[in-house]
Design a protein around this ligand. Structure first.
Ligand code: S3P
Length: 170
């Protein structure tokens, strides 16, 4: 059983959609950030504080390698994971990579009060999000096997993912 790996920008709903998807498919849900946090024994924010983004990216790479070795999972990746070729390579061709496509306007609204994402704790948060989003979207598209709109409810989007994945398998 291939894994289904959800990718996309912070706040696109990878975790909430992933949980719904796991419920509907009977697969096990794993949130990549939680997996990293559990292994490290600290939060993503603490990892960034202690080891910098570079340290976090190394842990993320290890997580990608380990999770891609497992089977039958729904994986919610971190928003930066699929911007690195080595992480894409870990999953590509083995698992199904699904991009949840959500407009930047929606993302900005959802993340307006966010305190948990180190990359967004900046005074010019809107500009940072805009630039990161524009830079990352083409990279996500390149990595993904299929693109699904994430504008619907989490359950509705989960059904769209199931549809998209079944078409892919035909
Ligand atoms: C990041 C996204 C976060 C988390 C970390 C870095 C990114 O995950 O991995 O803060 O680079 O976009 P979510 O997409 O789950 O917020």
């Amino acid at each position: 059983m291939d894994n289904i790996v959800l990718c996309g920008f912070m706040g696109c709903g990878k975790s909430t959609v992933g949980k719904n998807l796991a419920r509907k498919t009977g697969k096990k849900f794993i949130d990549m950030d939680s997996y990293i946090e559990k292994k490290a024994g600290m939060t993503v924010t603490e990892i960034f504080d202690k080891f910098g983004e570079k340290g976090f990216r190394e842990m993320e790479y290890e997580a990608c390698k380990e999770l891609s070795e497992m089977k039958g999972l729904i994986i919610a990746s971190g928003g930066g994971a699929f911007t690195f070729k080595r992480n894409v390579d870990a999953f590509k061709g083995r698992d199904i990579i699904v991009l949840l496509d959500v407009p930047i306007k929606t993302i900005k609204y959802r993340l307006r009060n966010d305190k948990s994402r180190p990359l967004l704790q900046k005074p010019d948060k809107d500009k940072v999000m805009q630039e990161l989003y524009e830079r990352r979207l083409p990279v996500y598209r390149e990595a993904a096997d299929v693109v699904v709109s994430g504008k619907n409810t989490p359950l509705g989007t989960a059904f769209s993912v199931i549809d998209a994945v079944s078409t892919l398998k035909k």
